[in-house]
Design a protein around this ligand. Structure first.
Ligand code: ZN
Length: 246
């Protein structure tokens, strides 16, 4: 594919235009709501575009974009979806996680959690759980709830199906790393997927049910009823292990 079109426009799109498109489209393909997409020109096509004007651009997953390029998906349909993106209508964009059938390791705050049925539990509510396969040949089942530091839900994982809320300030994928921001300089979550066996939470700044969880690559700090607790680092394995706040 040409890197510069006949008008001398390069493929590189500025960060501001990308963010504007992500937010306007609800962080998913405007046609099908898939979390993984490209920034596409559709009116006109990149070949005829004179600028990266967000007006004529949208988010499309590779399959929906292939239909558009083949001409089996009309400009009218893309334009209609662009005006009314499915992720905005549904309130979220979705994708299935590729999860192992053998074991699952989650890394948070420099600690490693392997096959922890209740990895994070807040006041009896399982916030992050890893359930072993119920039948042979099935994957582990991951369910999790992430919020920002005001308690607003940012990302849900329900039996390996991931959903990001369209009301987030920004949700950005770079390769297999997801970054969710509450504002320009406030990160709520950084998570990298290493399928099928590892999920690494590099940053988490969340509050749920009065409990603040703050992590970086080295530590997990919990703030419960005004008391700061530092989680001990280590490798934790099995059913009883995990972060539990009574
Ligand atoms: Zn799509």
């Amino acid at each position: 594919m040409a890197q510069i079109n006949k008008h001398g426009l390069a493929r590189t799109i500025s960060a501001d235009v990308k963010r504007e498109l992500r937010r306007r489209c609800g962080f998913g393909c405007v046609i099908c709501g898939l979390i993984f997409y490209e920034y596409e020109h559709f009116a006109p096509d990149f070949a005829d575009a004179k600028a990266h004007d967000p007006e004529g651009m949208t988010l499309l997953c590779s399959q929906c974009n292939q239909k558009r390029r083949r001409g089996v998906l009309s400009v009218e349909a893309v334009s209609r979806a662009n005006k009314n993106p499915i992720s905005i209508a549904n309130g979220e964009a979705q994708e299935w996680l590729d999860i192992s059938h053998d074991y699952l390791q989650v890394e948070i705050g420099g600690s490693v959690y392997i096959d922890c049925k209740s990895l994070i539990n807040i006041r009896g509510q399982s916030v992050f759980s890893i359930i072993p396969p119920s039948e042979e040949g099935a994957p582990y089942s991951v369910s999790a709830l992430f919020a920002d530091d005001t308690g607003a839900i940012t990302l849900k994982i329900d039996n390996n199906q991931m959903s990001v809320g369209a009301d987030n300030w920004d949700v950005e994928w770079k390769g297999k790393t997801l970054t969710i921001r509450k504002s320009p300089r406030s990160i709520s979550l950084v998570m990298t997927l290493y399928p099928p066996q590892r999920i690494v939470i590099e940053r988490l700044e969340m509050e749920l049910d009065g409990v603040k969880i703050s992590t970086d690559s080295q530590f997990t700090n919990l703030m419960v009823s005004g008391c700061l607790m530092k989680m001990q680092k280590g490798t934790f394995r099995g059913e009883g292990a995990g972060i539990s706040i009574p």
